[in-house]
Design a protein around this ligand. Structure first.
Ligand SMILES: Cc1cc2nc3c(=O)[nH]c(=O)nc-3n(C[C@H](O)[C@H](O)[C@H](O)COP(=O)(O)O)c2cc1C
Length: 317
């Protein structure tokens, strides 16, 4: 599954990820549900998600803390053709945690329960949660599992870091393994999956139902295909280092040029397109491309950015 990544997994990115890596399931960025406005959802969000025409199912992720508002938001989305809904119980930032939404909701388990029940009552397709290991305690998740079962959650996506931890340290997948063993609800493992080996090892170690890739997929959309190939018993082609480097550069060039074209159709003005592209480049974490990424991040025009990307495959090693 492609993870929800605010500011990144917009419709253009989802389309490019489908073309290159073909994840089995796509998540939207989180969509805020307003408890104050009777419209519940911003019109732009509604239009963005309901225009989905890709082959893989789309899961729309909602964030909010008012049970009635979340149920209304889910109903509106269903009326607009959305089938699969997810509740964000993980976002560790600012307004989210101050207002007991996202990861902050884990401070008030009764509120979580009310929201889950209200959403489950209206969601006819799959209803899932995306959750961290806890607000400030690593194994708070273990206490939440009976509630997820009782509320009829169809699957759990677990990112095993606490909200307080934000992105520091490594995801603790020994906890994922414990969660899988402790619940009848299917668990999708998420966090720090940046190579096919790591993805395959994680599936084996945790017995998770599946994997969700976030930053790893933004850096390298082909990761989905490589994991799938390995899972199907495919062997490493034994490519030498130089040809692997050429392949990576050619793929990265293709990926960024596709994004450039897609963003060019959606965002107004070169500077906005450039900012969106730089937002992607900051997640490219290849050691060998660090200097190149640094130069690209300093480009002040879309033209200079495009030239750097176009010549990436021909760049001396
Ligand atoms: C820039 C950014 C935006 C994110 N936005 C969301 C979001 O909208 N909803 C959500 O549930 N998680 C969000 N996350 C968390 C990711 O979905 C994921 O759980 C986390 O990055 C760990 O997975 P990874 O190591 O594969 O990236 C975000 C993470 C990042 C880095």
């Amino acid at each position: 599954m492609l993870a929800p990544l605010q500011g990144l997994t917009n419709a253009s990115m989802r389309c490019v990820q489908m073309e290159l890596g073909a994840p089995d399931v796509l998540f939207t960025e989180f969509v805020s549900v307003s408890s104050a406005s009777k419209h519940r959802l911003a019109r732009r969000d509604l239009e963005e998600v309901s225009a989905h025409r890709l082959a893989a199912p789309l899961v729309v992720q909602l964030v909010g803390n008012n049970a009635q508002a979340l149920a209304d938001g889910a109903s509106i989305l269903q009326d607009n053709g959305i089938q699969h809904l997810n509740l964000n119980l993980g976002c560790p930032y600012g307004r989210m945690t101050q207002g007991n939404t996202g990861g902050g909701m884990l401070r008030d388990v009764r509120q979580v329960e009310a929201c889950l029940k209200a959403m489950r009552r209206v969601v006819r397709g799959s209803f899932s949660v995306k959750v961290r290991s806890g607000y400030d305690r690593h194994d708070q998740i273990m206490e939440l599992l009976p509630m997820f079962e009782e509320c009829g959650v169809d699957f759990i996506v677990l990112h095993p870091r606490t909200g307080e931890q934000k992105y520091s340290g490594m995801a603790d997948h020994a906890l994922t393994q414990r969660v899988v063993a402790a619940t009848s609800v299917p668990v999708v493992a998420n966090g720090d999956i940046t190579s096919a080996d790591r993805g395959s090892a994680l599936l084996k170690m945790t017995n998770a139902t599946g994997l969700m890739l976030g930053r790893g997929a933004v850096s390298d959309p082909w990761l989905f295909k490589r994991i799938r190939y390995q899972q199907a018993g495919g062997l490493d082609e034994g490519q030498d280092e130089a040809s692997a480097a050429v392949q990576r550069r050619t793929q990265l060039r293709d990926y960024l040029l596709r994004l450039l074209e897609a963003y060019g159709q959606v965002y107004r003005g070169d500077q906005q397109v450039l900012a969106k592209l730089k937002n992607v480049v900051q997640f490219i974490d290849d050691e060998a491309l660090r200097r190149w990424c640094g130069k690209v991040m300093r480009c002040s025009t879309l033209r200079s950015f495009t030239l750097k990307v176009e010549s990436l495959a021909d760049m001396p090693m």
